[in-house]
Design a protein around this ligand. Sequence first.
Ligand code: SF4
Ligand code: SF4
Length: 114
Amino acid sequence: MNEIIAACGLICSECNAYKATINDDMNLREKTAEFWSTIYGSDIATEDINCLGCLTDGIKFSHCKFCEIRKCCEIKGLPNCAHCPEYSCDKLYELFQHVPKAKIVLDSIISNIK
Ligand code: SF4
Ligand code: SF4
């Protein structure tokens, strides 16, 4: 499977919301909803776990749908923040604190395009 990278550097193709959606896997949806509700301290329902990836036209998980980083890349016409002259901006700071791997992914893209 080709890797699908989100605007922010998260890897959508490794995300459980993506996997549950493309495989229509209710068990994975339930487990993901329970886990994300715990770690994000919010009430995420099983039916909310539907996403075809950050920059695709299809359905998106609610947080990613309204994500400012995603919107910013869309407005600038960029596939992800690694291609932005303003990288790394304040919008990415909090995400990188929670998911350092996203920064590693974007930094690696930058080193490959230089
Ligand atoms: S956009 Fe969807 S697939 Fe990508 S990280 Fe967010 S929830 Fe997961
Ligand atoms: S301004 Fe920030 S959030 Fe927007 S595309 Fe550039 S690096 Fe990403």
